[in-house]
Design a protein around this ligand. Structure first.
Ligand code: FCB
Length: 451
């Protein structure tokens, strides 16, 4: 694995001085259960070691608002692109209210936060860097520090500066070098305040939505372009990885947030269903992740896990790898109709920890649940899978729940409610849902057993 000179960043030193982060920084053993002291009930009940990071995740475009230079800002304004004509123009107004968002996390006792930085805001015109925007991100990271919340920063979470989208987006010549440029800028401006980095979020989902389903910019439907997009994103990830490592050495721990689904054939005896499931698994789930593992350009393996697909062969779906994806009859689902299938998280975590040989972070997992009737049980069931994996010695280092806040869910607009904290879009008031208290208790006690 290519490495440059190991530096000890100020951030690492600062975090190392806080007990909950100490082992994460020094790289000691993570997957031991906490050994109880005499009469220490809390430690005896612990399912997660002190170094395990409990946090939440968001993305810049989905919460910040007030960025008029991104491709999604323009795309959402086109009629019919986003449900109800919603746009990310204001979103949760977090660009103005991020202090409140940090305070909320502190109240919930979170130890980590995955956030995005908006490329279009930082580089609104080619090569011209907005230092004021970078300073604002710096202030955000410093506030997280003060609240003892470890940041994980995502460089690319689906969106692009409009100027880059106009030149071909991820397929533009020189895209990899452009992302590496952003990585260098971010490492220079924010590197001392951030140890954990995600270069690219869900490259497979971006390729599928943008170039297979045609639902996201640039809204094309061409399988060859989708494959090319994944290749370009892989090269860009590599370049950004090296840029971060060159700037920060081992002070930057860098990964990808891979979107991985549980995949099964609808009729296990049907050769065609099995073949369609295998094809879907291979090209959608595995292709990018396998290639990234082969190249050795990850320090950890990030997993976004949401749901399962039961795959039926469909000749009519040639453009989607012949895969008709369903939910088993009667299975529990979210407001978006995604199957709730916690076992899949345990399966993908175990499989990819073994396959990559890397520590794992669950970089996203969550549920659209406006009435908050399923979120607490969802959280507990998914965390139970991680606790079991930890007991078996799997090196899982953290869990980032999607999401801290209700937010702009891409082409679905504001209807799906993924937040531990509800957002009233008329007033922008934030109100923690009951499930947030459940997550806060788990994070505080490090245990899934009710006291
Ligand atoms: C993931 C995305 C994230 C959010 C959740 C619900 O695929 O990374 O931005 O939309 O789904």
């Amino acid at each position: 694995m290519p490495r440059s000179s190991p530096a000890t960043p100020a951030a690492a030193i600062a975090f190392a001085s806080h007990a909950p982060h100490a082992r994460a920084v020094t790289g000691a053993v993570y997957h031991r259960r906490v050994s109880p002291g005499p009469g220490d009930d809390a430690a005896a009940r612990a399912d997660f070691p002190p170094s395990f990071l409990f946090g939440t995740a968001t993305a810049a475009t989905q919460i910040e608002g007030h960025c008029t230079t991104s491709d999604w800002y323009a795309f959402a304004k086109q009629p019919g692109r986003v449900k109800h004509g919603d746009t990310p123009a204001v979103a949760c107004d977090s660009w103005n209210r991020w202090r409140e968002d940090v305070a909320l996390q502190r109240t919930l006792g979170m130890g980590a936060y995955r956030l995005g930085i908006e490329w279009a805001r930082i580089e609104p015109r080619p090569g011209s860097i907005d230092r004021v925007a970078l300073d604002e991100y710096r202030a955000m990271l410093a506030a997280l520090h003060d609240a003892r919340i470890e940041p994980m920063v995502t460089l690319h979470h689906f969106t692009l500066p409009a100027w880059l989208a106009e030149r071909g987006g991820v397929l533009a010549d020189g895209f990899a070098e452009r992302l590496a440029g952003l990585a260098r800028t971010a490492a220079g401006a924010l590197g001392d305040l951030c140890r954990l980095w995600i270069t690219v979020n869900e490259p497979n989902v971006l390729a599928a939505q943008a170039y297979v389903l045609g639902a996201w910019p640039p809204a094309r439907k061409d399988l060859r372009l989708a494959l090319r997009a994944q290749k370009r994103l892989l090269a860009a990830h590599d370049a950004a990885y090296h840029a971060l490592k060159d700037a920060r050495g081992d002070g930057a721990q860098v990964g990808v947030a891979h979107h991985l689904r549980a995949v099964e054939p609808a009729r296990p005896r049907s050769i065609r269903d099995r073949a369609a499931a295998a094809l879907f698994r291979r090209f959608f789930n595995d292709a990018f992740a396998v290639a990234a593992c082969r190249r050795g350009t990850q320090d950890f393996f990030g997993i976004n896990y949401y749901s399962r697909d039961v795959v039926r062969f469909s000749a009519r779906k040639a453009g989607e790898l012949f895969a008709a994806r369903d939910v088993p009859a009667g299975a529990p689902v979210s407001d978006l109709g995604w199957e709730i299938y916690p076992r899949g998280l345990g399966d993908v975590v175990r499989r990819w920890a073994a396959r990559s040989g890397l520590p794992v972070y669950v970089t996203e997992n969550g549920i659209a649940d406006a009435r908050d009737t399923r979120r607490a049980a969802f959280l507990e069931a998914h965390l139970r899978e991680l606790a079991a994996a930890l007991r078996d010695g799997v090196d899982v280092r953290g869990y980032f729940h999607w999401s801290l806040l209700d937010n702009f869910e891409w082409a679905e607009g504001y209807e799906p409610r993924f937040g531990l904290v509800a957002v009233d879009y008329a007033t922008l008031a934030r109100t923690p849902r009951p499930s947030a208290a459940v997550y806060a208790r788990i994070a505080r006690t490090r245990s899934l057993t009710q006291p």
